[in-house]
Design a protein around this ligand. Sequence first.
Ligand code: R5P
Length: 317
Amino acid sequence: MPLLLCCDDETGPAGRLLTALRALDGDDAREPWTLAVIDRHRFPDGEWRLRLPACMPAAVAVYRSLHQPNEKLVELLLAAPAARELGAQRLWLVAPYLAYMRQDMAFTPGEVVSQRHLGRWLAAAFDGLITVDPHLHRVATLAEAVPLGDAQALSAAPLLAQAIVARRPGALLLGPDEESAQWVQQAAATVGLQAAVCRKVRRGDRDVQVELPALDVRGRAVVILDDMASTGRTVARAAAALRAAGAVSVDVAVTHALFVGDALAVMQAAGVGEVWSTDSVPHASNTVALAPLLAAALQRSVRSVAGSGTAAGAACR
Ligand code: R5P
């Protein structure tokens, strides 16, 4: 029976994923998914001691959304090979938010291309990866960043589009930069809304300039759609420009609600009304549950590996 592993701080979303997996499998599933929590102990000096179930089935998926990623990456560094030692034969990582994807080139000499190196490391540690709206800008597919045969980049854009159109029918969907075009176009096509994209210049972490597209937004309800908001400055600059140009309302929909520090306050001060997000990153704005999407992808992957759900791991025999 396949096993889902999570840490104690993510039993909520991992539990929702388990429920969705079991719903997909139906009541008569011979081998229902089970969930186990990785026991974490932090030593006084900050190091982790992790304890996994001593007997692993062949198919194991680890749920770890990689916001605030640095500590979590150490957990995965330890847990993935340990899971194999304990019997896992196929190991998936379900990371609704995949960190370090924006550093996809050396912007100055000597800068580490984090996307490439984290991607290679994840590909060595896991057999499959499922994530949502990874920030892929200069590469076309997730497998280019994380070189795995089973690298699934799901999109929340259609789900966010449904949430938007239910609340703001007739809204203009606006991507705050060129990179957001992929999500904005997909969302707009799903529900038949008009879409446009801004131009952005970033000078620093909190220093961005956003130029609106040549479009009359007077009297329009506008929804800014992006893969993520971090400091909220990108959204805030776009919202302020939209308000100045006569938009009647500006709301925000993002897949990943990172919203660090004063992000929400800055966005609200710039004229943002409501904020909607997926539950890839736990936040008060979470509106869209990703569990059904993730479950379908994980079930597909596990079933594509013949016998992976049935064989007992070596340590269990
Ligand atoms: C990058 O291009 C992303 O799509 C977001 O636009 C960006 O990460 C937002 O960052 P911030 O909220 O810090 O402006």
